[in-house]
Design a protein around this ligand. Structure first.
Ligand SMILES: Nc1nc2c(ncn2[C@@H]2O[C@H](COP(=O)(O)OP(=O)(O)O)[C@@H](O)[C@H]2O)c(=O)[nH]1
Ligand SMILES: [Mg+2]
Length: 411
């Protein structure tokens, strides 16, 4: 995806599910007007989900996901359900493609149940109407022929109505006034991507600019110099979590301080859960399992934080012999009960739906869920300060028992 396009995390993700040969790939091609997916008479042609970001009227920016047949041979039982759940978790909308000649199969009904279980908006598509089926379509199904294009226009109209209303949310601009100076601390070390800033930084800058605030971007190494300049009185400092400890020490106490990660967690709707989750740190014992989960597989910076830094800091902070496990990309275990804590990345590449789905699964299994940024803020002793911007959450943190936080954390 090019840098000039809507980030994947902001796009409506639409997944096409169904049995082999129902016409999922044909339908994806008909809906997108592109030869995106491989159509074939050979069973099980699509073996991995195929994703494509595009602008699609009247749907707007979307990611279209073509999936393998749910009844594919080789993908059996639990594995099949787990794979489907992995994809469903990322979907804002699900389309169940049924072959109108075959009718709803057992696999189709099983799929329908998985979709309904997740409470995501969905539509059943009764495909191959050109063949003149004798069977009655399921109630509410959209009747289409992917071959002739009949019903495709109406299908797109119906899909666009299923897109959940995006609440107008801001990353940071609601915390400041137009004209306010906002200092953004973006360390640039060997793990930073070449020639650009990472997505949460870009998005925060843009959000502040959209609202007439004045972002000033510095490395941690120039922060002191900046703040010592005449007339530089920022109303907020937003830092990369990795520099939290140093930035916390440099920025005067009366200036609001928080991190990109905390803002992103708020934006994606799970900041409160993440704050609650952090209290699990004090209960960690020798041999406890902690899962560090990442939303993508290609951010070297996140990877370094997740696989190296947080494990080191967490072990040093708790003084416990923890078993740290990691997962990344679409993989995320269905069963989380083996873990005493899940620490997720900021989720900048995931949609709100996808991060929330992971969070809800953890919460429903009584497994505390937090994120990289909250964990780092907590360990470095900066969490209390960085939540002052959000009085309800600050109160929540004060009311929680985080006993160990009074110990000196080693950053
Ligand atoms: N007659 C007819 N054939 C279709 C239609 N949609 C798909 N097919 C055919 O059904 C077969 C399987 O289609 P494909 O899109 O690969 O199915 P998938 O396995 O669900 O992705 C191919 O031979 C398609 O040409 C349709 O609307 N009408
Ligand atoms: Mg296919």
């Amino acid at each position: 995806m090019g840098l000039n396009e809507t980030p994947s995390g902001e796009r409506t993700h639409i997944g096409f599910f169904g049995s082999r040969n129902a016409g999922k790939s044909s339908l994806v091609n008909a809906v997108t007007g592109q030869e995106l997916a491989v159509v074939s008479d050979v069973l099980g042609t699509t073996t991995d989900p195929v994703k494509k970001a595009m602008e699609l009227l009247p749907l707007g920016p979307v990611v279209i996901i073509d999936t393998p047949g749910f009844d594919d041979e080789g993908a059996l039982g639990l594995k099949r359900v787990q794979k489907t759940n992995e994809i469903l978790r990322t979907c804002d909308i699900a389309v169940l493609v049924a072959d109108s000649i075959r009718g709803m199969s057992e696999a189709d009904n099983e799929l329908l149940e998985l979709i309904r279980n997740r409470n995501i908006p969905y539509l059943i598509v009764w495909n191959k109407t050109d063949l003149g089926s004798e069977l009655t379509a399921p109630e509410g199904a959209a009747l289409v022929s992917s071959l002739t294009g009949e019903g495709i226009h109406e299908l797109k109209e119906r899909l666009s109505k299923l897109i959940p209303d995006k609440k107008e949310k801001q990353l940071a601009s609601d915390l400041v006034k137009p004209g306010d100076l906002c200092v953004l601390v973006c360390p640039i070390d060997e793990s930073a991507p070449k020639g650009r800033l990472i997505l949460p930084q870009q998005q925060t800058i843009r959000d502040l600019m959209d609202h007439g605030a004045i972002p000033i971007v510095v490395r941690d190494t120039e922060l002191e110099q900046l703040l010592s300049k005449e007339g530089i009185k920022p109303s907020i400092v937003i830092t990369d979590s990795q520099a939290f400890k140093a930035v916390n020490a440099i920025v005067a106490d009366e200036i609001a301080l928080t991190s990109f990660s905390i803002l992103m967690a708020r934006y994606k709707g799970y900041l409160e859960t993440a704050v609650r989750g952090i209290s699990a740190v004090k209960d960690l014992k020798d041999g406890d399992r902690v899962l560090l989960a990442e939303g993508c597989t290609h951010h070297r910076q996140c990877n370094d934080i997740g696989t190296v830094k947080i494990p080191r800091w967490l072990k040093a902070y708790t003084g416990k012999d923890l078993i740290i496990e990691t997962c990344s990309g679409n993989e995320f275990p269905d069963d989380l009960t083996a873990y005493k804590l899940v620490i997720h990345c900021g989720g900048c590449m995931l949609t709100e739906t996808a991060v929330t789905a992971r969070m809800e699964e953890a919460v429903s299994q009584n497994v505390p869920f937090t994120n990289y940024g909250i964990a780092i803020a907590f360990i470095t002793g900066a969490l209390e300060r960085s939540l002052r911007l959000f009085p309800d959450l600050h109160k929540l943190l004060e009311s929680m028992d985080t006993t160990q936080s009074t110990l000196e954390g080693r950053g």
